[in-house]
Design a protein around this ligand. Structure first.
Ligand code: GTP
Ligand code: MG
Length: 513
């Protein structure tokens, strides 16, 4: 069965709600409409027995504060460059860290002395060619094994844009870390190795080239730059045939994963290790056939997804620590934040005051959606916050639920497994990681007609699209996909494998305050 074709059914409709209006070029309008009907039809099925939180805001003046904040003139606004979060994804050893490190070197963030030091260290560990990766792979385990474990984070700037690089691990054991990186990103750089045999392993079923693409789409990475890397390798030697082969195999796969290949995907050849076609275009003596842009040009010209600075504030917490108060880290998904704001930490409805806002290293008075921030709060202890909590507007707090309805696309179940009520998995939705159980399968969707099937559904197999009720043990903060795509799409994983992607179609009716 062609699973990729099926995934499209789910991600097709994800496109139409998304603020980037991503619709695969061959999407038929009736397919999109159909899914809406499915969603409408499901509203009645919502179980109201679960215990949603009624947020009772203690601070009532926030509406005014929200508006004030969005209108505070930012003294630096006019000079400020746009900001983009870029996640580097792809199969293990494709060259993500090397390319990320090279970007930092070429943009002047790392000096020659440091590179020489890394060259020596890499040589001592018998990993000569890994020295560029050491810029991103900063801990000992990563350097010894030559594999990224934690998502590396770094900043660099071009003429027009401030970038935050998130260097995800490619190894399959660390997919949860990759998910956390991708959930913070606006666009992705998919790194593919052109070296003989390496493209093939990454692209195989079970290879992370496929898994990462599917996850990235689900997690809201709306645009992809596909860099065909290691073009300098002696098995490739800047061969146009090899480049074309990789592009021609990737295009149908990307399309079936829900990407509009013409509008939202761009391919280019590079050598991350040598730094070719990165800051400046590749020399015609090396690659006479490439007439397109270099990586920096491509990054510079990516369009930023439209974001609403006046929407209700939503910042999922990815980390927290103590530092003269409680500091939370995360990416603003909606709304703006200002020093002095009153907000709620959800799901525990804790009213907090914003003492300071930091964007990268800079303290700022206000920040809008898309920014990665550190926010110092008063009114809450660090131990009362966990990653997955959401710093939220008081007037419109994020719903907190223990149960929701979702449309799921089953990718590949573990061998011999069937997907039925009682199935348990790990749910990843924005920065939430939580055990969940499928409590009821409601309807199966016919992948051909996109209509709900009439007969009662008791179990489904690989490739199925199914609407079901999902339960978690403790309250989680999520949104309906149609309201906030970034906070309403998720993945289910079992025993280290992504088995399904989904979107939240309904929440219990009393879940929003
Ligand atoms: P994980 O973090 O483990 O997923 O790997 P990664 O994608 O970050 O790959 P990494 O940058 O660690 O590079 C893996 C190996 O590929 C190293 O030996 C690099 O030197 C090599 N490599 C990366 N880019 C290039 C390139 O452009 N050309 C050549 N010849 N080798 C490269
Ligand atoms: Mg790496």
């Amino acid at each position: 069965m062609d699973i990729e074709a099926e995934i499209r059914a789910l991600q097709l409709d994800s496109a139409e709600d998304n603020n980037d209006t991503l619709i695969p070029e061959d999407a038929k309008p009736e397919e999109v409409e159909m899914t809406d009907k499915v969603e409408e039809g499901m509203t009645d099925e919502v179980d109201t027995k679960s215990q949603p939180v009624q947020a009772e805001p203690k601070v009532k003046d926030k509406e005014v504060a929200d508006m004030d904040c969005a209108e505070v003139p930012d003294e630096m606004e006019s000079q400020k460059k746009r900001h983009l979060n870029v996640v580097f994804i792809g199969h293990v050893d494709a060259g993500k860290s090397t390319t990320g490190g090279q970007i930092l070197f070429l943009s002047g963030q790392v000096d020659d002395r440091t590179i020489q030091k890394y060259e020596k260290e890499a040589k001592d560990k018998s990993r000569e060619s890994w020295y560029m990766a050491y810029i991103m792979d900063t801990n000992e385990e990563e350097r010894v094994k030559g594999k990224t474990v934690e998502v590396g984070r770094a900043q660099f700037e071009t003429e027009t844009t401030r970038f935050t690089i998130l260097d995800a691990p490619g190894h399959k054991s660390y997919v949860p870390n990759m998910i956390s990186g991708a959930s913070q990103a606006d666009i992705g750089v998919l790194v593919i190795s052109a070296r003989k045999g390496e493209f093939e392993t990454g692209y195989e079923r079970g290879g992370q080239t496929r898994e990462h693409v599917q996850l990235a789409k689900t997690l809201g990475v709306s645009k992809l730059l596909v860099v065909v890397n290691k073009m300098d390798d002696h098995t490739v030697n800047w061969s146009k045939e090899r480049y074309d082969e990789i592009e021609s195999k990737m295009v149908p796969f990307l399309r079936s994963s829900g990407y509009n290949v013409k509008k939202d995907v761009q391919f280019l050849p590079i050598s991350g290790l040598v730094g070719t076609n990165m800051k400046t275009r590749v020399d015609k003596n090396i690659c006479p056939w490439w007439n397109g842009p270099c990586l920096f040009e491509a990054l510079d010209s990516v369009e930023i997804p439209v974001r609403d600075p006046k929407g209700p504030y939503r910042m999922p917490v990815i980390d927290k620590f103590k530092d003269m108060g409680t500091v939370v880290m995360g990416k603003v998904e909606s709304g703006s934040i200002c020093e002095g704001d009153s907000l709620l930490v959800m799901p525990n409805k804790a009213p907090v005051k914003v003492l300071a806002v930091y964007c990268d290293e800079d303290k700022v008075r206000r920040a809008g959606p898309g920014e990665n921030l550190r926010v110092r709060l008063s009114g809450i202890e660090e131990e009362d916050i966990s990653s997955g909590f959401v710093l939220s507007s008081v007037v419109k707090p994020i719903p907190a639920v223990t149960e929701f309805t979702a449309q799921l696309q089953i990718l590949e179940l573990l061998e011999n497994a069937i997907f039925t009520a009682g199935y348990k998995a790990v749910l990843h939705i924005h920065s939430v990681v939580e055990e969940c159980e499928i409590v009821e399968l409601l309807q199966q969707i016919d992948p051909k007609t996109k209509k709900p099937m009439k007969k009662k559904v008791l179990f489904v197999k690989n490739g199925a699209v199914v609407v079901c009720r999902i339960q978690v043990n403790s309250l989680i903060c999520i949104e309906k996909f149609s309201d906030f795509p970034q906070l309403g799409r998720f993945t289910l994983r079992t025993e280290g494998k992504t088995i399904a992607v989904g979107k939240v179609t309904d929440l219990p009716s009393r879940s929003s305050a």
